[in-house]
Design a protein around this ligand. Structure first.
Ligand SMILES: O=C(O)CCC(=O)C(=O)O
Ligand SMILES: [Fe+2]
Length: 289
């Protein structure tokens, strides 16, 4: 299958592997650097998260509407709803266990797995750039706690009824992600498209057993544009296709109080507080301005 996006085999540093040889990490670092410099997206295979774990269908009941959001402010609101998990704190509100058995346990453990894998990726990215160890990891020390906005998001795109679609409305408007990196698990139908450097949208199909990882805007800024945060979107299904669409996204963010300074030592972008930066971006996409 020619998929147009790079695939990297993460087996050497998959979840559960504690002993990894430096040479193997170096190979991964080179591969991820190429992918994130040239495209901004990569499929990570043999990453340690099983297809079963990333299987959205087990958790597809009880999702709540997150209100209307438009990721491309030029368009009408995105045709989707979502359920967000931003904390591993057990004291937040969850759907009742009677209504959705195991929902909370499954999602908390999935959050933890996504956290672990994304921090592994960050370590490899530190290596790839030759920056001091901990430059990224040190600023992601509170993922899953109140002082860090990392979010696991269950996305549900309802069937599209042509008569109720507004002009220019799509499932997910053109946007780039805001944070550090994002991990995406798409349902079987795919649907995601990624803008490449030549200005064409390429299809990012679902590849079972992989997780799709992309760079967010804050990471692009942090690396002084070495890594690219690619625009992506989900259009409407073909006319007459009444299927729903589901996906899960894990948006990794730095700790709220992190000061983000270009890793190359330049002042291409002035230092910025992570929370200030992200709040500004969120305000924009919720149309609050
Ligand atoms: O639904 C998807 O596959 C991706 C959604 C997305 O890009 C986002 O919510 O940032
Ligand atoms: Fe996105």
């Amino acid at each position: 299958m020619n998929i147009g996006l790079p695939v990297v085999d993460f087996d050497a540093y998959r979840l559960g592997v504690d002993d990894v040889a430096d040479e193997k990490l170096d190979v991964l670092a080179k591969e991820l650097k190429t992918a994130f410099t040239e495209v901004g997206f990569v499929y990570l295979k043999n990453n340690g998260i099983s297809q079963q774990e990333g299987n959205y269908s087990e958790v597809n009941h009880g999702w709540v509407c997150a209100g209307s959001e438009r990721l491309n402010p030029q368009r009408a609101s995105d045709l989707k709803e979502a359920f967000n998990i931003t904390t591993l704190n057990p004291n937040v509100k969850w759907p009742s266990n009677d209504v959705v058995p195991d929902f909370r346990e499954k999602l908390l453990s999935f959050f933890q797995r996504c956290k672990d894998l994304s921090l592994r990726v960050l370590r490899v990215l530190e290596l790839s750039l030759g920056v001091a160890p901990d430059v990224f990891l040190g600023k992601h020390s509170m993922v899953g706690e109140e002082q860090n906005g990392t979010t696991l998001r269950l996305l549900h795109y309802p069937p599209v009824r042509p008569e109720s679609v507004k002009e220019e409305q799509v499932r997910c408007g053109e946007h780039s992600d805001f944070g550090t990196i994002t991990m995406v698990f798409q349902g079987p139908g795919g649907g995601l498209q990624v803008l490449d450097r030549t200005g064409n949208y390429i299809t990012a199909p679902t590849i079972p057993g992989t997780v799709l990882i992309n760079i967010g805007d804050l990471m692009q800024r942090w690396t002084a544009d070495v890594f690219v945060s690619a625009i992506h979107r989900v259009l409407l299904p073909p006319a007459g296709d009444m299927s729903t669409r589901q996906s899960i996204a894990f948006f990794l963010h730095p700790n709220d109080d992190a000061l983000i300074t270009c890793t190359d030592g330049s002042d291409k972008y002035p230092p910025v507080n992570a929370l200030d930066y992200l709040n500004e971006r969120f305000t924009h996409s919720y149309g609050k301005k």
